[in-house]
Design a protein around this ligand. Structure first.
Ligand code: MN
Length: 729
């Protein structure tokens, strides 16, 4: 039985006295919190956290980690909460325990192989502090040691989870002794029969090997020392699980895998590595094709070593690994983390890996300095991604900053197109909320809902962006066609024509001559401002009348029956008005993306307005008197007469300038006066004019001119306000 006193003895070898006392205090707290609880084995519960702390003490971790290890099940299994731990100990310890509890809450259900990898990543991403993972691994290791007490079915499930999730995580973090132990225990629980057979075979085969191994060891180290190389030669045995895997993957028999003598030679420099391999090849004959230079070309996880296989004098191959002390440390404790190399810049990644490694080495060297330890282990493992759950428990990987809309499009395009709201951890949230790792995200869709152009301001994934743009492009073309139709009808009306009145054959003739494929394309072109409706109408009309209208009127002397002459002579004056002077196009305010409101003058319903054709974009509406368009107005073909439709709903932005005297709280007074008039303030810019006055420029929304006039009147009545005007370009 490993007791708290044993743990303290162990800690005293590398921690300060006060730190050991802190760990003991955590023990007293934990023992009381778990009072009365039992493990399945019938032992008092507190034995488990002590055993977990022992494993971490074996890695020489700092006292905060050990305290958290002892308390690791307190939040999950007792009545104490995180803030109570923070009060009793400190924020750091509470944070670590909380991190472990959160990992415990996620239940891994091995549905798909692909999910296993995401799950590993999720765990690594959730634990912002690597020590949380270390505690979790130690927790799992002890649970695997005591797994025998459980029902066989549960044993298998936990063993599988250990092999699928925890072993790869330990591998990624390079915590090799924990990884190997987890593997062996997992294998034993998952395949007890196979484990037993291999274990017996090893025991049987080991018998006469010991002597041979020590003979080879001696001759190798003598030879190298004679050549002036300082070295350490270590005989090693393969792990049970690795034998099993090799037998399976390479279809080998046990003796083919096991009957190998394996050595590791540790030397002082890279130079010595290459010299040593030369000497070894001289001592024993090398097996062709088995020499590997992982020093020049390191493995993905940063592992470096020279590998070779030799024919010994005992009829059994000898596997040799040669590396320096530093490389040995990488191989043992280093960062076996291929996921770090996922980032594009391999050099950058290696620096990060080395930083991590240095951190590990620092822990071992300067144990006790927990601040330094903290600096070294607090690395952001996945700086650029978040992992979130779907309601069915699938894990989605998204770039950092991704919002509900990104998530919706990641799930399915249709869901993205029709999303209206999201629930984050069951709480309704705005679609633009950035998601955080481990949140559960549910998308609420509505039939007929459409993507919103404003989403483009906050989505971060290419998929969401592309789909929204695609939708808007289609939308723009629909809206352009409908606007184009209205514009063309209006222009045709001045020729006493309409689209319906022109025979299809004439229209097609015209389209062909203009090289346009379809009538809709013509309408879209007009709506987008690429063709002027007046010119198109004129050309279409020319195909209806023997001569264009303007020519009829000019040549009326030569054509006594010309249309206009007859018309003007016999038609009543009201009809003449109606036919020849067509009423301006009405603006409804809901035209969409092809009708834009100029930012220079910000027209609102009630203003007299004109439209300017803007190629590719449709129409831009200006106030008729806007100074920016006076030049354009000289060419009447570019100008479109417009009027507002009656009873327009909607909010229109407008700028107002207010001069106020500098009194305390004046901005708040003015702002609340504006808001009180059912207007939204979108922006305000302040300019101090002098010590007495300040100029405030507000961008507010109004329904129409009347609404604006009411607001102005109301604001003007305030004492502090000296002057208020609407800004128009
Ligand atoms: Mn536990």
């Amino acid at each position: 039985m490993f007791l708290i006193s044993d743990l303290c003895t162990m800690l005293e070898t590398y921690l300060e006295k006060e730190q050991v006392e802190e760990v003991y205090r955590a023990y007293l707290f934990g023992a009381e919190a778990h009072e009365g609880q039992m493990r399945l084995s019938g032992e008092p519960y507190i034995y488990h956290p002590i055993a977990v702390a022992r494993i971490l003490a074996g890695l020489k971790l700092d006292h905060k980690t050990l305290m958290a290890a002892i308390l690791h099940d307190v939040i999950e299994d007792t009545d104490f909460a995180k803030d109570q731990l923070a009060k009793e100990f400190d924020e750091e310890v509470a944070e670590l325990v909380d991190g472990v509890s959160k990992l415990t809450l996620i239940k891994f259900e091995s549905k798909a192989e692909a999910q296993a990898e995401n799950f590993q990543k999720l765990m690594l991403a959730m634990a912002k502090d690597v020590r949380v993972i270390l505690i979790k691994l130690a927790d799992r290791l002890h649970n695997m040691h005591t797994i025998g007490i459980m029902r066989p079915e549960k044993q298998r499930r936990i063993a599988k989870e250990t092999l699928d999730i925890y072993v790869p995580i330990a591998h990624r973090l390079g915590i090799n002794n924990i990884r190997v132990e987890l593997q062996e225990l997992g294998f034993k629980a998952l395949h007890p029969q196979r484990y037993k057979i291999i274990k017996e075979s090893i025991l049987k085969a080991r018998g006469n090997r010991t002597e041979i191994i020590s003979k080879i060891e001696t001759s190798v180290s003598e030879r190298l020392t004679n050549e002036g190389i300082i070295c350490k030669v270590i005989g090693r045995e393969k792990s049970l699980y690795s034998i099993y895997q090799k037998m399976r993957s390479k279809h080998l028999s046990f003796s083919q895998v096991f009957d190998v003598y394996a050595f590791r030679i540790i030397v002082n420099s890279v130079d010595d590595c290459y010299r040593a391999v030369g000497i070894m090849h001289n001592l024993y004959k090398p097996l062709p094709g088995r020499f590997k230079d992982y020093i020049a070309i390191p493995k993905n996880n940063g592992y470096q070593s020279l590998h070779t296989v030799l024919f010994g004098s005992y009829g059994v191959p000898i596997e040799v690994q040669i590396r320096t002390d530093d490389m040995e440390k990488v191989a043992e404790a280093g960062i076996a983390a291929h996921w770090l190399y996922k980032q594009n810049d391999a050099n950058m990644a290696r620096v990060t890996a080395n930083d991590w490694l240095r951190g590990i080495l620092e822990i071992q060297k300067t144990s006790g300095n927990s601040m330094e330890f903290l600096e070294n282990v607090k690395i952001d493992l996945f700086p650029d991604v978040v992992y979130v759950f779907t309601p069915t428990g699938e894990i989605m990987e998204l770039p950092r900053g991704a919002t509900g809309v990104d998530f919706a499009y990641a799930v399915h395009t249709d869901i993205g197109d029709s999303c209206v709201a999201i629930k984050i951890d069951r709480h309704l949230s705005p679609l633009r909320t950035p998601l955080e790792t481990a949140q559960t995200v549910e998308i609420i869709t509505a039939p007929g809902a459409k993507p919103n152009p404003a989403w483009l301001n906050f989505v971060v994934t290419g998929k969401a962006r592309t789909h929204i743009r695609h939708y808007l492009k289609n939308l723009q073309s629909d809206e352009a066609i409908s606007l184009g139709r209205r514009l063309l009808e209006r222009s045709l009306a001045s020729h006493a024509l309409s689209i319906e009145k022109i025979p299809e054959s004439r229209t097609n003739e015209f389209l062909k001559s203009m090289n346009i494929n379809a009538f809709e394309n013509l309408l879209q072109d007009i709506g987008l401002g690429n063709r002027l409706p007046l010119l198109v109408a004129k050309q279409l009309a020319a195909r209806m009348h023997p001569l264009p209208l303007d020519k009829i009127s000019r040549k009326k002397a030569k054509h006594p029956f010309a249309f206009k002459r007859i018309f003007s002579r016999y038609a009543p004056s009201w009809l003449k008005q109606e036919r020849l002077k067509v009423s301006p196009l009405a603006i409804k305010g809901t035209e969409g993306v092809v009708v834009n409101y100029a930012k220079c003058c910000r027209p609102i319903p009630g203003d007299s307005i004109v439209g300017i054709f803007n190629a590719g974009k449709g129409i831009v509406i200006h106030i008729a008197a806007c100074s920016n368009i006076q030049d354009t107005k000289k060419n009447p073909e570019n100008i479109l007469e417009l009027q507002w439709e009656e009873n327009i709903a909607g909010e229109f932005p407008v700028e107002i300038k207010i001069i106020v005297s500098n009194k305390k709280g004046v901005l708040a007074t003015v702002a609340s006066a504006i808001s009180g008039m059912e207007s939204n303030i979108e922006n305000v810019v302040l300019n101090d004019k002098d010590t007495k006055f300040t100029e405030m420029n507000f961008l507010i929304t109004v329904k129409n001119r009347k609404h604006l006039a009411n607001i102005i009147r109301h604001v003007r009545s305030l004492d502090q306000v000296k002057k208020i005007t609407r800004t128009k370009g």
